[in-house]
Structure formats: structure tokens, C-alpha cells
Ligand binder design. Structure first.
Ligand SMILES: Cc1ncc(COP(=O)(O)O)c(C=O)c1O
Length: 401
């Protein structure tokens, strides 16, 4: 049997990391070929004759994943879609120009005027901008709920079509009980979509736990090198694939082949990068726990974190994001601390190889029903630098007041 044959036929018997490395690898032609899929850039797809052209359009309209035009994405896009579908244990993946556009795509594909959606109050804050600037104008109602305190079943209305989650949440990494929430939604015939960016799709498979749609900002861990913007939507069924495909096509969403290639390259090293982020972030989180100027550390892998038991049950690892609450009530102290850091850049993103720090905006924290403090919170993305150097940098910044 050929090497490709081994990967394809024994796929389900292979470990996840092996499957990830073999997914989307190009077939050999005439007994030879490159390891990596070529970057196929094009706007125009050429056809042998008009019959073939018409046939491609017919197959596309019937839901087949074929490309009749550059926007549909050719081999490089297809390879990335296949690899992410494998990673997320899904049915089909769709690529979008950013994580936020992937989120907006899901809302627009699934909701119509008069529909209602329940959204966890701790989600990535710009979701609220999609709501206030776009969905409200279309007569779609988003209602924010506390996944920990509210009774989801009681909140579901006859018009509820979607429950939208993010686990762990942005900023404070609140771990949600996804199997429980998804079971409630399923019993009421409501779809569940969840933002899986924190885990990179490697530490957590929401579709296996009852969600119908998993969304990632590939901008973060999948790309992994802070050099591109990209979003990915993975669905669990052909029916959902049709809905997402229709909106994806209507909105004209597409990404460049170079960016698809970079994400595919990022995927090959996702498990090793994430393992290292987790090791370093755990060391940093434990250091912060011992520091007198820190009152609380938010990192689900710590036994003291309120989400630890759920994280242990539903995740196989933790990312490089660590937040902590400053003992000093004064926001200026947190700003001075961040300004004094030398190895941590100041930046809003995360998921690249580098360490970053940011003071969380108090108005963003207040959106989380779980947050009752007024103390400042600093969010760190712990990168792949040596953790001893990072801890020395943090110690210096704490001392420099
Ligand atoms: C959890 C989460 N989801 C989605 C996004 C949006 O991704 P993008 O910046 O690619 O639009 C971000 C960006 O920070 C994020 O943190």
C-alpha cells in the first residue's frame, strides 16, 4: 500500500497528532510530489469545455466542495479546510478573512429577522458590535446570559435559533459546561456555536461535546506566528454546511492562497507549540500566584481556578493566556507595570510565538456577569521565550513602581 493509502485508509486508527500531520497532504503524481501542498493563487478557474464548466456550477449548487471561481478556493484552501475539519472532528470547514468575519458569518447564516439568539455574556467583546451595528438593524435579537448562573432552558424562546458560547471565555477564561448547555439547547431544537480559539482546536473538540459549530480565529494559534488574519468555521452536518455555504458565497468571503498555506504550515506544529505555551504559562501563572501584588490568577490549569474541574474533564491542555488581578486598586499601577515590561510586547492579539501584555479594559470586564471587582486586570499571552526570562521580566516590572 502507498504511504498516502496508509494515512487515508487507517485514518481513524491514527493518533490525533499523526492525523493532523497527514491531513491535506497532496497526492503523488507519477509517483512523486512535494510534502506540502502548492500555493495555488488564482482568480480564474479554467475549464476544458462549456459542459465541464456547467457541470462544476451544478455540482457546487448541489453542495459539493468544488471550485468554479477563485473565490471558492483551490488546492491550498481545500487542504487547509480538510486539515481543520480533521482537527475539529467536523463535517466541513469554511475559511473567512478574520475571526470576527467567521463569527458574523455564523450569525448571518443562521438567523433571520424576528429570530432570537442567546449569547454567553463573557464572549469576545466585538461580538456585541456585530450585534449592535448589524444584527439589530436586521431585526435579530441577541440576549446575553450568564452561563454559570442563568437557567438556559428558561431563557430559550420559541424564536430562539442559536446559543453562542466561548469557552474558556475571553479575558477571565471562564470554562463553560458545554455538554450540559449543548444538551439543553439540543432538547429545545436550538443550534450551538462556540468560539474555540483559546484551544486552537487541539486541546478541545466542541463538536464531540455537543456543539454544532466550532469557530476559530486562525489568526491566533493555528497561524501561530502573528503574521496573518483568518477565521475558520467548522460544522457538524451537511445541513449546516449548506446554510453556511450559502451565506459564505453570498457575502463573497474568501482568503488568499498564501494565507491558507501559512495556516496549514502553522497547523503542522500546533501541538508542539501549544504544549510549550502551556508549560511556560503554567510556570508564569504559578509565579504570579505567589506574588504579593497579585490577588487572583485566571488560568484554568491551576487547581485553584474555579473552572479547573470542567477544564480537566473537557480539555486536554491549556493555552498561553494568563490573566491576573492587581492588588493595587489604581489602574495607573497596572499601566505602569505593563509599560515597565521589556520582553512582553504591548498588543491586543495573542496566539503567536511571542509574549504580550495588556491591561484589560474595565468596561469589557464589566460585561462578564462573573466579574464584580473594580481592581485592574492584566492579560498576558505567554509566548515561547524561556519562562525564566519572562518571570525575571515580570519581577522587574513589579519592582519598578
Ligand atoms: C476569542 C477570540 N475570538 C475571535 C477573535 C477575532 O479574531 P480576528 O482578530 O481574527 O478577527 C479574537 C481576536 O482577538 C478572539 O480573541
Amino acid at each position: 500500500m502507498s504511504k498516502e493509502g496508509v494515512a487515508a485508509s487507517a485514518d481513524t486508527l491514527l493518533c490525533a497528532s499523526t492525523r493532523l500531520l497527514h491531513a491535506g497532504v497532496p497526492a503523488l503524481r507519477d509517483g512523486t510530489g512535494p510534502v506540502n501542498v502548492p500555493v495555488v493563487r488564482t482568480s480564474t478557474v479554467r475549464f476544458e469545455d462549456t459542459l465541464t464548466h456547467a457541470d462544476y456550477h451544478r455540482r457546487r449548487a448541489a453542495g459539493e466542495r468544488v471550485a468554479a471561481y477563485g473565490r471558492h478556493g483551490l488546492d491550498t484552501h481545500r487542504a487547509l479546510e480538510d486539515a481543520v475539519t480533521t482537527l475539529e472532528l467536523g463535517h466541513r470547514a469554511f475559511l473567512a478573512p478574520s475571526g470576527l468575519s467567521a463569527i458574523a458569518l455564523v450569525f448571518l447564516a443562521l438567523l433571520s429577522p424576528g429570530d432570537h439568539a442567546l449569547v454567553a455574556d463573557s464572549v469576545y467583546a466585538p461580538v456585541r458590535r456585530v450585534d449592535s451595528t448589524l444584527l439589530q438593524r436586521l431585526g435579530i435579537t441577541l440576549e446575553y446570559f450568564s452561563p454559570a448562573h442563568d437557567d438556559l432552558a428558561a431563557k430559550i424562546r420559541p424564536t430562539t435559533r442559536l446559543v453562542y458560547l466561548e469557552s474558556p471565555s475571553s479575558l477571565l477564561y471562564e470554562v463553560l459546561d458545554l455538554p450540559r448547555l449543548a444538551a439543553i439547547a439540543r432538547d429545545c431544537g436550538v443550534m450551538v456555536a462556540t468560539d474555540n480559539t483559546w484551544s486552537g482546536g487541539w486541546f478541545h473538540q466542541p463538536l464531540a461535546l455537543g456543539a454544532n459549530i466550532s469557530i476559530q480565529a486562525a489568526t491566533k494559534y493555528i497561524a501561530g506566528h502573528s503574521d496573518l488574519m483568518q477565521g475558520i468555521v467548522v460544522v457538524d452536518s451537511p445541513a449546516l454546511a449548506t446554510k453556511i455555504a450559502t451565506a459564505h458565497e453570498a457575502l463573497g468571503l474568501g482568503i488568499g492562497a498564501d494565507d491558507a498555506y501559512l495556516s496549514l504550515r502553522g497547523l503542522r506544529t500546533l501541538p508542539v507549540r501549544l504544549a510549550q505555551h502551556q508549560r511556560h504559562a503554567t510556570e508564569v501563572a504559578q509565579y504570579l500566584q505567589r506574588h504579593p501584588r497579585v490577588t487572583r490568577v485566571f488560568y484554568p490549569a491551576l487547581p485553584e481556578d474555579p473552572g479547573h474541574a470542567l477544564w480537566k474533564r473537557d480539555f486536554s491542555g491549556a493555552s498561553g493566556l494568563v490573566s491576573f488581578e492587581f492588588r493595587d486598586a489604581d489602574a495607573a499601577a497596572a499601566n505602569a507595570f505593563v509599560d515597565a515590561l521589556q520582553l512582553f510586547g504591548i498588543g491586543a492579539s495573542w496566539g503567536g510565538y511571542e509574549s504580550l501584555a495588556l491591561v484589560a479594559a474595565p468596561e469589557r470586564l464589566r460585561e462578564h456577569s462573573r466579574w464584580t471587582s473594580t481592581r485592574p486586570v492584566v492579560r498576558l499571552h505567554v509566548g515561547l521565550e524561556d519562562p525564566q526570562d519572562l518571570i525575571a521580566d515580570l519581577a522587574r516590572a513589579f519592582a519598578a513602581r
